[in-house]
Ligand binder design. Structure first.
Ligand code: IMP
Ligand code: MG
Length: 192
């Protein structure tokens, strides 16, 4: 029997309205920065916004529409092996369609947790010689960081030890389509 997606949710942590307001603010800040000197591409090609699949999809869709700049966008997909305790090896499942040498690139992530995923992405992309490389994440868990990574734009900082789902974030691939960010009822979290 089909149930609702909200059935497993204990409580809303960030509402759809709060997300929309913050995405608007981030869009304005990014727009101002790239109009005002953050852009480094000597050939003045549009900013390339890179969404990291699958989690960044809803955030990316809203954020690019809050940018009043000419942009292009593309996607990458990466997979982390291992659990949170072992520094995950990160594998590229889908790479960019275009070269980024000399271009301005903005990575859009759903969440930065230990930082391993982002560290690997940044190392791989900076080796391709972009003119500039910045990061925008919807959510940040700074207290969980295992490696230092530069994050230029943060939507919300999460309090300690909160595993959240919704607005792109999953638990076992489910709950990504929730319009808000919330936490699961204990009964809906499987014992490991
Ligand atoms: P990192 O490499 O530890 O920074 O891991 C980032 C990835 O871990 C994210 O892209 C998510 O897939 C996953 N992740 C970390 N925390 C959460 C959470 O609270 N909810 C859902 N996924 C999470
Ligand atoms: Mg995930």
């Amino acid at each position: 029997m089909v149930t609702t997606v909200t059935e497993g949710i204990e409580r809303v942590v960030i509402s759809a309205e709060e997300i929309a307001r913050r995405v608007g603010e981030l869009g304005q800040a990014i727009t101002a920065d790239y109009r005002g000197g953050a852009a480094r591409d000597s050939r003045r090609r549009p900013l390339l916004v890179v969404g990291i699949l699958k989690g960044a999809m809803p955030f990316m869709a809203d954020l690019v529409r809050a940018l009043d700049l000419p942009i292009e966008y593309d996607f990458m997909a990466v997979s982390s092996y291992g659990n949170g305790t072992s520094p995950g090896e990160v594998r590229i499942l889908k790479d960019l369609d275009c070269a980024i040498g000399g271009r301005d690139v903005l990575i859009v992530e759903d969440i930065v947790d230990t930082g391993h995923t982002l560290q690997h992405l940044l190392a791989g992309l900076s080796a391709r010689g972009p003119a500039s490389l910045r990061v925008c994440t919807l959510l940040d868990k700074p207290h969980r960081r295992e490696v230092e990574v530069p994050v230029d734009y943060v939507g919300f900082v999460l309090p300690e030890n909160l595993f959240v789902v919704g607005y792109g974030l999953d638990y076992a691939e489910v709950y990504r389509n929730l319009p808000f960010v919330g936490i699961l009822k204990p009964a809906y979290v499987r014992e490991e």
